[in-house]
Design a protein around this ligand. Sequence first.
Ligand code: ATP
Ligand code: MG
Length: 481
Amino acid sequence: MYITAAAVMVLGGTLIFWLMRNRKQGKPTHSHSDIAGGAVTEASKTIIPRDHHPISRKHISDNALKVVNRLNSQGHEAYLVGGCVRDLYLDLRPKDFDVATSASPEEVRGLFRNSRLIGRRFKLVHVLFGREMIEVATFRANHENHHGQEKSHHSDSGRILRDNVYGTMEDDAMRRDFTVNALYYDSRDFTVVDFCRGEDDIRTGTLRLIGDPVTRYHEDPVRMIRAIRFAAKLDFTIAPETEQPIFELGHLLRDIPSARLFDEVLKLLQSGNGVRTFELLRQYQLFAPLFPATEHCLNEQGGSVQSLIIESLKSTDRRVRQNRPVTPAFLFAALLWAPMKALSRDLMEQGLPPVPALQQSAMTVIGNQCNHTAIPKRFSMMVRDIWDLQGRLERRQPKQIDILLEHPKFRAAYDFLILREQAGEDLSGAGKWWTEIQEVDEHGRVSMIRGLTAKGAPKSGNKRRRRRRKPRSEQQPGVSE
Ligand code: ATP
Ligand code: MG
């Protein structure tokens, strides 16, 4: 009797274990390679139990869990989804936590006092906990059977202009971009739900668009730059069927509103993997539609143009890794320096003096770039300041030294000067001179300025008392203080 009971228990245990393993392996109905050349075109649900995935609750934001638990307790489905699940899988710290739910945006809004409804093109709820914001999106579906413009709307090129068609969790998975971004974490039983075989792709380091790549890129061309961003950030390989259309479709980015592209450019180049991202953007011919004038200079002049951009991205990547602030102005100053210089040279050849030539060229180049990626005014003003100050820093007129050291954009302009030298420009030692003058005491400073005078520059008259600047180590290159 006892033996039978024990045998039943062992058998039962073995069966449960076997079932769990099979659920984990999901008994897939298809593999990537046998459907549409590798594309995932239909959902096949796999539940990955707690002991078969590396995600620990410890690494999940308490606030995100609060949101999910509250929604669950009110009878709604709710999961963590997207980049946070992907990053936790890869043992990276998620940038933010996104929630997907069966509740409508209005229902979510009603459950959280600290929330607000946002977006028209794509309605969402932001739940705010001090400085942390949890984004809650209602499960969405594809648009095929929806023609009502209120909810869903496409442009002539197939671009989705409005996306408020709600659906099931499977629908929601299938309309996400990459398989690795379509994993759902269920905090009720700690399982991960995978409809698109995203776990396999995480394991092999593959970025694979869900569905037919050409259609998906037409729906939203920004997915092409997202592919580059994730490939650089995660060091993943883009699957052949996902990468191939990119070479043909880069031009679609020209239809994307320039304000959205500005945000995307910052995510691309200011997330700590800027150098790699820039290289990939050029390799996939996506840099040209974003920065056409710079691309032209890169092709015409080559090395020196590229060096300045790479140096600025290296410095940005370093600062991001050190958790120090970066400003878009610095990046745009570097990206647009070559086209600005080329045009100002042309204007000088037409007889304009250097300063007005630079000013007019700066205005034109920034104005043209704004047709591709917007540049908010506060940043474009700073770009112009950084450029204006370059000539003055190079000339080092004694009367100007104190004024320049006190200039609110001195720090950013000085950093840019150093960058130009690092990129190989010969500035007759100006960078070293400006570095030194910030380090010496009052006496040393006066004698450095006299040194300039001795070289024939006009004698410095009224001496100003200068506020002591912070030592270099306390300052933030590229960010004026
Ligand atoms: P990260 O936040 O680390 O940059 P992420 O994958 O979380 O990466 P988000 O922009 O926060 O990116 O988007 C959250 C999720 O929303 C994505 O993981 C993806 O599932 C979905 N998503 C975002 N943008 C798109 C898009 N253009 N097309 C389809 N799905 C998208
Ligand atoms: Mg995210």
